[in-house]
Design a protein around this ligand. Structure first.
Ligand SMILES: [Zn+2]
Length: 355
């Protein structure tokens, strides 16, 4: 390499570090998302316990390793009607100034292969946020240590997060809070939930000590509001069985809440749509392309009897780059950047919110 070229290259390197040093790396998160799309197109869906799920674990491990982190692989297995299924959780620890640990977790398996889902949003989006957080938090002074966990086999009944909390090596020692990321982009709006105040059924943990934790949710919301104003993360309105801002036990936050850990859950969807079962957040998107016919005025199906698609992305053919990228790429990018920015900012001041 000629000397001038070398200087030019070093200059470019220095200026890209400058950008990262200012705490924002929007392109890194999106670059990882695009990389994940390419990998997923080749790999196909990654159902719990399959070779593809293992390949995705390897890909994630590789990306974290490239950033300079050590990745711990924690294998687990569980029984199903089809026999024993093997999967793994992946753990990255980022040391903070305190021994206390804030967990951020996201599952990496996918569901809906028969319908054509590639799991790009559910939960490729959460995985990519874990990578982007690792990138953003590198070298930062953190009030708590941060533990990033990629869970296997969530779609088979939260098997990875259940296996994690039930380990014998005191996996929750020093853990003060857990933030779950599940399908954090794609839906019309960004939400943050806390667990239902009515305790979950926790018969899979040894000693259930359920914690509903609106203060963690409110901390995340305050940071999002400070940074993004009107487009900040929202609380969903109350719907049948669920008070405003509270969610059920259907994702990886639940086993932590059942062990007395404060939890919050980030999600992108649209609770204002009158979907198949009313306003419940299952219909994620009002865009006509994801409905047979969408009635703007009544915010729901033109014909409830004929509607087949219901604006649902997760576990459907729509969770695929061919349906998502041509239409939604700018939205996906800005939502991803917002989630990562809010999470990274929250982590840097987490001692203000978690007491
Ligand atoms: Zn999911």
């Amino acid at each position: 390499m000629k000397k001038t070229t070398l200087f030019l290259a070093l200059g470019l390197l220095a200026s890209s570090h400058q950008v990262l040093a200012h705490g924002d790396s929007p392109s890194y998160a999106w670059d990882q998302f695009e990389a994940l799309v390419e990998v997923s197109k080749k790999m196909g869906p990654r159902l719990a316990g399959t070779e593809q799920e293992r390949e995705m674990a390897n890909w994630l491990t590789g990306q974290w390793t490239t950033l300079g982190y050590q990745v711990k692989t924690l294998p687990f297995e569980y029984k199903t009607k089809k026999g024993m299924i093997k999967s793994s959780n992946l753990v990255v620890d980022i040391k903070g100034t305190s021994e206390q640990i804030l967990v951020v977790g996201a599952h990496y398996d996918s569901k809906g292969a028969k319908s054509g889902s590639l799991g790009i949003l559910d939960n490729g989006s959460g995985m990519v946020a874990l990578l982007a957080l690792a990138n953003d938090l590198k070298g930062k002074k953190l009030p708590f240590s941060v533990r990033l966990i990629a869970f296997g086999a969530e779609e088979n009944g939260l098997k990875g997060s259940k296996a994690y909390v039930n380990r014998d090596d005191k996996p929750l020692n020093n853990v003060v809070a857990m933030i779950n990321l599940d399908t954090i982009i794609g839906g019309d709006k960004l939400y943050v939930h806390s667990p239902l105040t009515k305790p979950y059924t926790c018969d899979y943990v040894k000693e259930a000590n359920f914690e509903s934790s609106p203060q963690l949710r409110e901390g995340l919301r305050a940071v999002s509001t400070r940074l993004y104003g009107d487009s900040a993360h929202l609380l969903h309105d109350a719907f049948k069985g669920y008070p405003q801002g509270e969610t059920g036990d259907w994702s990886d936050h639940a086993p932590f809440a059942c062990n007395g850990i404060k939890t919050a859950y980030l999600e992108a969807t649209n609770f204002a749509i009158k979907g198949k079962n009313g306003n419940d957040g299952y219909s994620q998107i009002a865009d006509k392309e994801y409905w047979t016919c969408f009635d703007e005025k009544n915010i729901g199906a033109c014909d409830r009897k004929k509607e087949k698609q219901w604006g649902e992305i997760w576990h459907t053919k729509f969770d695929h780059p061919d349906y998502l990228l041509p239409k939604l790429a700018p939205r996906l990018k800005s939502q991803l950047n917002q989630n990562v920015k809010v999470l990274a900012s929250f982590v840097l001041e987490a001692d203000k919110w978690i007491k």
